[in-house]
Write a protein that binds this ligand. Sequence first.
Ligand code: GLP
Length: 243
Amino acid sequence: QALTTIDARSPVPKYFQLREILLDLIENELTVDAPVPSERELAARYGLSRMTARQAVEHLVSEGRLYRVQGKGTFVARPKIDMPLRLTSFTEDMRARGLTPGSRDLGRHEIEATAALARELSVEIGSPVYVIERLRTADGVPMALERSHIPAHLAPDLLTESLVERSLYDLLASYGLVLDRGEQVIEAGIADTNDAGLLGLAPGSAVLLLQRHCWAGQVAVEYAVSTYRADRYQLRASLDIAS
Ligand code: GLP
């Protein structure tokens, strides 16, 4: 049952009780972009100090459940996309959520593998590698920047294909490259001015930096470096017991 009042004798901190009340309000009563009561109103309504009310609101702002607009108030944020960590494509992930995936082409070229890239893709230094840079969108809204590196000999005509409405992984499958294993590293990061501009974020906003390697059998097919909006994504992994 949802909390509706603050229990002063509970060992649960008051700000945390208020956080639960607000979460219930956000999830069940308010719509995205609706205002939440001010800290003063919350303090009065629940018999709390302004400081406790502020602590609860600040917690929800830092969790990305609420956002503040200077001089206007605090509002309900759009729920983040809950992304399971699996070897799926952006296209599949968005479709599974009823969103329309899209891409903006930010550049496609062939380069010679640097030492670092050669190591990531298990190819010789100097061998041709395709680089595909895309701004990924969901229902037209920027979600992520992705830079994929693919050994050119694996998919010779790849750069002649348009990827604006096409899935890279589908295209790779048409070359017989069926990805069956991946590895991903995820780090916290800060958007620089350029990335922030493309993603529609304020410079300095938090982002998730992803590096993905994937293989088809023994063959390393993609090394991707991506920047995802931290205000739009939360990542979910199911945890196995270490063996
Ligand atoms: C994910 C991965 C990328 C990969 C992309 C393929 O977003 N992080 O490494 O390139 O999927 O997506 P699609 O097949 O939709 O082009």
